[in-house]
Design a protein around this ligand. Structure first.
Ligand code: HEM
Length: 126
C-alpha cells in the first residue's frame, strides 16, 4: 500500500484546500451557495483559506479574521453541512494520513457544529 503524505507545510495545505474547493465547485448542493457570494473572487477565497488552515494546523498565524461572519446569513442547514463535511473528509483521506490529517477532520467537524448551531439560532429568530 502506498503511504499517504502527512500535512507538514503550506504546500500540503494548498493541495488540501485546492482539491476540496474543486469538489465544492462541482457539487450540486453547495456550488451555487458559494458562487453567489464569491462570484469571480475564487483566487482571493482560496488564498484566505490557505491562511486559515495554515493557522489552524501549522500554528503559523497568517490568518486574521472572523471565520463565522460570512456564514451568518447563508441559506444553509444540516444537509449542507453534512455535504461540506463529507467532501472535506473525502479530500483529506484521499490525500493525507497522520496526526494533522486527523486534526483537520476534527477541527472541521467542531467548526461546522458551531457554525450550524449559530445559524440555526439566527434562522429561528427571523
Ligand atoms: C455548508 C457549509 C459552508 C458553506 C456553504 C460556506 C460558505 C462560505 C462562503 C460563501 C464564504 C465567503 C467567501 C467570501 O466572502 O469570499 C465562506 C468563508 C469562509 N469559510 Fe465557509 N462555508 C461553510 C462551512 C465552513 C466550515 C465548516 C468552515 C471551517 C472549518 C468554514 C470556514 C470558512 C472561513 C475561515 C472563511 C473565511 C472567513 C473570512 O472572511 O475571514 N466554512 N464560507
Amino acid at each position: 500500500m502506498v503511504q499517504k503524505k502527512e500535512i507538514l507545510s503550506l504546500e500540503e495545505i494548498k493541495q488540501l484546500v485546492d482539491q476540496f474547493y474543486e469538489k465544492v465547485r462541482k457539487d450540486p448542493l453547495l456550488a451555487d451557495i458559494f458562487n453567489r457570494v464569491i462570484k469571480a473572487n475564487w483566487p482571493a477565497h482560496l488564498e484566505k483559506m490557505y491562511r486559515f488552515w495554515q493557522t489552524v494546523l501549522l500554528k503559523e498565524h497568517t490568518y486574521q479574521g472572523s471565520p463565522f461572519a460570512p456564514h451568518a446569513k447563508l441559506p444553509v442547514n444540516a444537509k449542507h453541512f453534512d455535504r461540506w463535511k463529507h467532501l472535506f473528509f473525502e479530500t483529506v483521506d484521499e490525500n493525507f494520513s497522520g496526526n494533522k490529517a486527523e486534526e483537520a477532520k476534527f477541527r472541521a467537524t467542531k467548526m461546522a457544529e458551531m457554525f450550524q448551531l449559530k445559524i440555526d439560532f439566527i434562522q429561528q429568530r427571523e
